[in-house]
Design a protein around this ligand. Structure first.
Ligand code: ISJ
Length: 262
């Protein structure tokens, strides 16, 4: 197979509607995900760290948190959540099948790339880096509701980060020649350079900080009473994006591109 037919093959593979594969409209979805992420972060931060939730417990084959997530994901799998290529389970092994049939939507992604799931990485980052940053010390015993808030937040993070697959697909289709060269060489550094837009990243970090100020302020009827009182520290939200959300999205983009020609 020569280069020209390879480009033709890969550009035609998985045709789909224009707005699914348009960088501007996909970036609008990423902006909307920011709201979900910040609101769910505020909700989780309402509770202290509640660390016994994450400790191994006899009778649970793991922690109470793992039990909560696995059971919740089993219900959601039956209701068809994971039929969507945008949704990835945290514990994908042994999930029950969906009780609903697949909706027959078009596969726009490379099938191997579509199955990338970095939730284990996201979960490790959550335990190690995020929880200590966003929660206060302490244990108020509200484990089930805390686990529920954790899961909402984690699902929002995971959805945003895995949208990197679609971003990568669009970028590939926009410049197949440049990407194909780097993919054939399996050159991660070049792929990272090609897909990075620093000005977009800077704008995002500023915007999420501003959103955290707006969403996290106390609202009452006296003007200017609550300036500077935020439910989560806005600079933590900017850090969340700069150190984890954006790098992990780009990690997914690179992983997707590496197998785009398989
Ligand atoms: C997601 C994109 O790719 C990269 C990752 C970004 C992000 O995670 O927000 C932003 C810009 C790019 O460096 C994009 O181009 O929109």
């Amino acid at each position: 197979i020569d280069d020209t037919s390879l480009f033709k093959y890969v550009s035609e593979m998985g045709n789909c509607s224009d707005d699914m594969l348009n960088l501007d409209s996909l970036r609008k979805s990423l902006v909307r995900e920011e709201d979900t992420i910040i609101f769910s972060l505020i909700e989780r931060a309402k509770y202290p760290v509640n660390s016994p939730l994450y400790d191994e417990r006899p009778g649970f084959s793991g922690s109470l948190f793992e039990f909560f997530v696995k059971e919740s994901e089993a219900v959601q799998a039956k209701a068809g959540r994971y039929l969507s290529v945008k949704e990835n389970a945290f514990f994908p092994d042994n999930l029950p099948p969906s009780l609903l049939p697949p909706c027959g939507s078009q596969q726009v992604l490379n099938p191997r790339g579509a199955s990338i799931n970095i939730n284990e990485k996201i979960l490790n980052m959550y335990y190690k880096n995020l929880l200590p940053l966003i929660t206060s010390d302490g244990d108020d015993g509200n484990y089930a509701i805390t686990a529920d808030r954790d899961l909402d937040f984690l699902q929002a993070l995971s959805r945003r980060i895995h949208l990197g697959k679609f971003v990568a697909e669009i970028k590939f289709r926009e410049s197949p020649q440049d990407y194909t060269r780097a993919i054939l060489a399996q050159d991660k550094d070049s792929l990272m350079k090609l897909l990075t837009f620093e000005s977009v990243e800077e704008m995002i970090k500023k915007r999420v900080e501003k959103k955290a100020m707006v969403f996290g302020q106390d609202v009452d009827l006296n003007e200017n009473d609550n300036v500077g009182n935020y439910k989560v520290n806005p600079s933590v939200v900017s850090r969340l994006y700069g150190e984890w959300v954006i790098p992990l999205t780009k990690f997914v983009e690179v992983e997707y591109l590496l197998c785009r020609l398989d």
